[in-house]
Design a protein. Structure first.
Length: 427
């Protein structure tokens, strides 16, 4: 109603024409329509396409042995041809997003089914990584031809699966994974720019760091001590990406990067706080040439992001500085295997205290309790590797529990007092 009133005034003062006012009103009316219907239609279309594809495969499988080889070949290509026809229909008729997503999903699985069936009919040699890579590579054009978000997600999942097949391999490195990521990034960045609060951007904010974490094992030569440094570099990069200026007004899009980065940092610090982790790691080995190469790229990327953030905000959190602090901690192992464990405990304690302080300053219960949880986690870990009496251990847990109650009570009181203070207002 407010928009109609404003448009009426603009028309009355001859600022815009009546036709322009009607076009603006129709535009905002269409924009305000709930997207849930379209989203549900898209989801059901994708699920339906997947079920149809599986149903066709199962029908063929039931009578497969009764068919001749030419018939089998024709049936192997039939789902692919039908799915391509549906995709072409969606493009030529400019169908809705739900149609395109359904066609892309059906075609994606039809490609995999056709490859597998032809290979089985003619006994073609191959291996699982090559099959996955070929499948994802053939479906990659769907991302841009149909502008399919589901194709992006499926290709990312299959690329991660492909890279995981080379985990801690001494002979091969899954470089094609980087090709898939480079091919998918333009569409993701375009959506981030045009639709920063869309579900697709939010989901990709979770999938990309998780995919990178799972795929990283394919670039490692073996599970040596350098794994800690590599994963810390990746977690620092993920956290620093979440604080880049592009996410300044799109916090929802950065949630996945920040959560994965913070969780990964905490896990690695906790593992590093155990002396045994460094002893076992030294026994296996510190690093190999390929591991150092990958680690250098990740660290340089993380430091570059940190510099950009600092230049924009002139502020550096303990998590952002972890990009520099943990590598310095890591290389103290060259002097003694006890030094990095001590340094990791001190760094974890400093991180906990600074997080608690930040929560108190911001009157934020989530940040406060996250810091308290870090202290509780550290105390729990020391329960297992320190020689203390049960009485002392009990006192430590009592102190942590009392700290939880006292800190939350004090913050609640501070928040209540702040709300009671009259706020200045303009006359």
């Amino acid at each position: 109603m407010a928009l109609r009133k404003e448009l009426g005034e603009l028309v009355a003062h001859s600022i815009i024409s009546t036709q322009t006012a009607q076009d603006i009103e129709r535009y905002y009316a269409a924009k305000q329509q709930p997207a849930n219907g379209n989203l549900l239609l898209t989801i059901f279309g994708i699920v339906g396409s997947a079920l149809v594809g599986l149903g066709i495969i199962l029908i063929f499988a039931h009578n497969w042995d009764d068919f001749t080889k030419p018939v089998k070949t024709g049936l192997a290509f039939l789902p692919l041809l039908l799915a391509q026809g549906l995709a072409a229909f969606c493009i030529l008729k400019k169908k809705s997003t739900a149609w395109k997503e359904s066609a892309a999903t059906l075609l994606f699985f039809a490609v995999g089914a056709s490859i597998a069936l032809v290979a089985q009919i003619y006994n073609l040699p191959g291996n699982l990584p090559a099959f996955i890579c070929t499948w994802a590579l053939l479906c990659l054009p769907l991302v841009y031809v149909l502008q399919s978000q589901m194709s992006v997600i499926l290709t990312l999942i299959f690329a991660t699966w492909y890279a995981g097949q080379f985990s801690f391999s001494h002979s091969q490195t899954p470089w094609m994974y980087l090709v898939f990521i480079a091919a998918l990034l333009p569409l993701y960045l375009n959506r981030l720019k045009l639709e920063p609060n869309s579900n697709f951007v939010t989901v990709m904010g979770w999938l990309l760091p998780v995919s990178a974490g799972l795929a990283l094992t394919g670039f490692l030569q073996e599970a040596g001590l350098s794994t800690l440094l590599l994963y810390m570099a990746l977690c620092c990069l993920s956290y620093n990406i979440s604080n880049l200026p592009v996410f300044a007004k799109n916090h929802r899009a950065a949630t996945g990067y920040r959560a994965c980065g913070l969780l990964g940092m905490v896990i690695i610090l906790v593992i590093s706080s155990f002396h045994g982790a460094w002893q076992i790691g030294l026994y296996i080995g510190i690093a190999r040439d390929n591991d150092l190469y990958v680690c250098s790229i990740l660290l340089i990327s993380a430091i570059s992001c940190a510099v950009i953030i600092y230049r924009q905000t002139r502020a550096a959190s303990i998590y952002m500085l972890m990009t520099l602090l943990f590598p310095a901690l890591f290389y103290t192992v060259l002097l003694s295997d006890i030094l990095p464990a001590i340094a990791a405990n001190l760094l974890l304690l400093a991180t906990s205290i600074l997080t608690i302080k930040r929560g108190i300053d911001r009157v934020d219960f989530k940040v406060l309790n996250f810091g308290l949880l870090l202290i509780a986690l550290q105390v729990s870990c020391r329960f297992f590797d320190l020689d203390m009496s049960f009485a002392l251990r009990g006192l430590m847990f009592l102190a942590v529990g009392a700290g939880f109650f006292t800190a939350n009570y004090a913050l609640a009181k501070k928040k209540k007092n702040n709300t009671l203070i009259p706020q200045p207002h303009e006359n």
